[in-house]
Design a protein around this ligand. Structure first.
Ligand code: SF4
Length: 455
């Protein structure tokens, strides 16, 4: 039996796809071993969201080669799409599989292994045009959604469910559309069938994920969320009907999907978690325009108000880029003022990273790294303050928690889980096994900056 080690980089969509690729190799009799162990085959599910992600992808490919010089090293996914030539010429790599071909990984791997067993271990290279034009497609000219079915995940409580792929937004700093192609939505019946299977396997919570889930269904010929028709909300309403499913959580959202009407529809769904990741990127209109983000700060605020008017304590989180080309002190001040006004539960702060083949990379007035760092520190301090305030609202309150794992913190064992609005809660471990269990507990104090302690 051949041993396979996987390593995943990047987003929840990559995690979902890795879980399915792993599942299929297990069904074909491969033994999955930890990446730290010597394996016959190494599969790296790459990412290209930033230069650092590219570098980490290359590092993991080279590490695999060092771990076992005889191994078959397979590069998969986004970095393979955006730097195909570079990966194909990388001596560490034997086989490359692009996006929209992950469902065929097992077949492609078996074809390669049988060729190798026949004594032909010619690695895939541009010059020997054998498998490469079947394992890496022109992702920008496909309208096929790559149907894969998840049966189990590494986690045991929450399952990420992919509902769409690709993005048509072309934000000027982002290379993802180049790696993932245009919007391709998954058939509703396939999503529902997968969720029913996952619930039957014991999962209580699903997280709907994709590259741009707000665009769900725009390729079905309908209008689209920017014209007030959100097939995403229709899908969420149907998913909430699935028996045995307890919680539905949404992945990252485009603010314009959230209107007064859609917020009311979401609030009418008891299973829906009031946890909304609305990707902002900047609180300054001038910066938003250069980013090609299609909303103003005022419109974004409308979406936040719509959610806060129908949900008691929604956990609203966001992403912010600092140091975008041309971001002046004045523009940054506007962003800070906007963030102070909204007071997000959590903010993911990113320093602008120049990406090849993106418009922003060519823009004048690139911001020096020390300035990016200084601005990032300002927002990190703000994030810690706002985030703590949001958690502090629960002191003395009873909350329902779905417990996920038992973990040691400062030499003490705790069961850890999340509230519906995504606050992390710990209770001291006892004989009771709380794995994948709901329990209502009362929050007493902070255990750490990010975890509250309850009993
Ligand atoms: S919405 Fe913008 S940032 Fe998000 S994947 Fe699409 S292009 Fe990238």
């Amino acid at each position: 039996m051949k041993s396979v080690a996987f390593h995943n980089l990047g987003c929840k969509v990559n995690s979902y796809e890795l879980d399915v690729m792993q599942q299929e190799l297990i069904e074909k009799g491969y033994e999955i071993v930890p990446f730290s162990q010597k394996a016959d085959i190494y599969i790296i599910n790459t990412c290209t969201v930033t230069n650092i992600a590219d570098r980490k992808s290359r590092q993991m490919l080279h590490k695999a080669r060092q771990m076992n010089p005889e191994a078959v090293v397979v590069a998969v996914g986004c970095y393979v799409q955006t730097d195909t030539e570079g990966v194909l010429l990388d001596e560490s790599v034997d086989l490359c599989v692009g996006n929209n071909r992950k469902k065929d990984l097992a077949k492609i791997l078996e074809e390669y292994l049988s060729r190798r067993e026949e004594g032909d271990d010619t690695p895939i290279r541009p010059e020997n045009k054998t498998l490469d034009d079947t394992t890496i497609i022109d992702i920008n000219h496909t309208d096929e959604y790559e149907e894969m079915t998840l049966k189990q995940t590494a986690e045991h409580t929450r399952a990420y469910i992919k509902i769409q792929d690709g993005c048509n937004q072309f934000c000027t700093y982002c290379a993802i559309p180049l790696a993932r192609g245009r919007v391709r939505s998954r058939k509703k019946e396939d999503v529902l069938a997968e969720i029913k299977g996952i619930v039957a396997a014991g999962y209580k919570e699903v997280v709907l994920t994709g590259i741009h889930i707000s665009s769900y269904g725009i390729d079905f010929g309908g209008k689209g969320y920017y014209d007030g028709e959100s097939l995403l909300i229709d899908l969420v309403e149907e998913i909430c009907q699935v028996d045995g499913l307890e919680r539905v959580r949404l992945g990252s959202l485009e603010p314009r999907v959230v209107t007064e009407e859609t917020a009311k529809r979401l609030a009418a769904l008891p299973k829906l978690c009031p946890h909304f990741h609305l990707s902002l990127q900047s609180g300054c209109d001038e910066t938003l325009q250069r980013m090609n983000r299609r909303y103003s700060a005022a419109e974004f605020l409308e979406s936040v108000k719509a959610l806060r008017s129908v949900f008691k304590h929604p956990g609203i989180t966001t992403d912010v880029i600092v140091g975008f080309p041309g971001e002046t002190e004045e523009e940054f001040r506007k962003t800070c003022a906007f963030l102070e006004q909204v007071e997000f539960f959590e903010m993911h702060i990113f320093k602008y990273s120049k990406r090849a083949k993106t418009k922003a990379a060519q823009m004048p007035n690139q911001v020096p790294e020390p300035v990016k760092t200084q601005r990032s520190n300002v927002l990190l301090e703000m994030e810690a303050r706002h985030s703590k305030a949001f958690r502090a609202d629960y002191l003395g309150q009873a909350v329902e928690v779905l417990f996920e794992e038992c973990k040691k913190i400062d030499h003490t064992e705790y069961w850890i889980g999340h509230t519906k609005d995504y606050v992390k809660v710990a209770v001291a471990a006892s004989a009771e096994n709380l794995a994948n269990c709901f329990k209502t507990v009362t929050v007493r104090e902070f255990l750490t900056e990010e975890i509250v302690l309850a009993e």
